[in-house]
Ligand binder design. Sequence first.
Ligand code: FAD
Length: 449
Amino acid sequence: MTKTYDYDLFVIGAGSGGVRASRVAAAHGARVAIAEEYRVGGTCVIRGCVPKKLLVYGAHFAEDLQDAARFGWKVGKCDFDWPVLRDNVLGEVERLEGIYQDILDRHEVDTIPQRATLTGPHEIALADGTKVTAATILIATGAHPVVPKLPGAEHGITSNEVFHLERMPKRVVIAGGGYIANEFAGIFHEFSCHVTLVNRGEVILRHYDEQIRDRLLTISLMKGIEFKFNAPFEKIEKRKDGTLKIHVSGQDPLEADLLLWAVGRAPNTAGLGLEKVGVELGKNGAILVDEDNQSSVPSIYGIGDVTDRVQLTPVAIREGQAFADTVFGGKPTRVDYAHIPSAVFSHPPIAGVGMTEGEARDKLGSYKAYVSDFRPMKNVLAGRNERALYKIIVDQETDRVVGLHMIGPDAPEILQAAAIAVKAGLTKAQFDDTLALHPTMSEELVLMR
Ligand code: FAD
């Protein structure tokens, strides 16, 4: 590694991918600096997975408290205090931010709390005007929530602001049909808000198995969440009292106290100087990289959401690790993108890995779908009419389980373990050979015939 540069590695963005890449490269002996313009930890820790999941836990108490009576508990009048939950969640986020900073410090990574842009293939300009040089530059700047360009769009908020709400709104309109839209629909609903999810397309959760996402839609409707499909937004008006009048094509205007844009996330590349340096960008402004995360400029690499491959934290972390091991550890490593498990932390949650039934129909010669449609024991006693659905997709030629999809209590926790079997290429016969663990919901996975 050359000493002619200030650093061996300069990372822009201290999120999931950037922090992992920095600390692993430093552990391999590189001199590393990382620039962060907002807060160390990035989207996942500061305004994504972590605070979202804590709100999901908080929200679920609404159902648990309702169900408690059937289990013999006398629960008095319950009130929900949003500021208490909000402040506790924000406190936890701050604690985690400190842990991430500590990881960087312990690995002797220089943290630069400023925006950084590129001025050359080996040169970075910091917001205060300082220039820094590095042999290798890693762009790990993540993505931002897209706000559509239409009149009054600025009256809506995004997931960046949602964790800081001063008070719980009574009526919430959520724009979008993806996982963030559905997760917040569940959260706000459990907090007693009236929720309307407005989607430009005709389905929610496009990439999930059809039967599973239909089940979520049915349960959500049953709970009282409203859905508007094929409903593009036209304009948003803000009244003097702060309430919103939301105009949606082909519908009566919607009245709301809060509008949440959850219509997708675009890579953070604007104004970074990438084009000037010759880095090729693709659709949406994503950095185009090869299998080793290298861009069209050999000294510049990209990982995580900014490359718009799979926008998930564990993927960004894997890419950061693979980058550092390959470039600084003498251990060439590539990320295997097959069988990435994913979840929607809705109420109830969804989780899936591998091919959906639709994909199996298109891609496999012959397949078989095994379905278990059941009411979890806890829901039966609680009098909660909410059915779970588990689905196994099997390639009939090889008997391998190529997809596993589920909706029901704890689905993401169950799926993480089951994903190991799918990734390992186990057959349906091997699933069937495994004895059930009774009484559990997950025993359905080995009992489907
Ligand atoms: P990020 O974590 O976004 O980090 C990028 C960092 O770069 C940011 O801190 C940013 O401030 C900084 N930055 C940007 N530009 C500059 C610059 N020019 N100079 C200096 N710093 C800069 N994923 C999951 O796997 N599971 C989930 O449950 C999940 N839930 C989510 C919920 C929400 C509401 C959101 C928004 C996202 C969620 N995600 C989830 C996605 C996950 O957060 C991202 O995939 C992940 O954080 C990507 O990591 P990254 O390192 O690519 O970018």
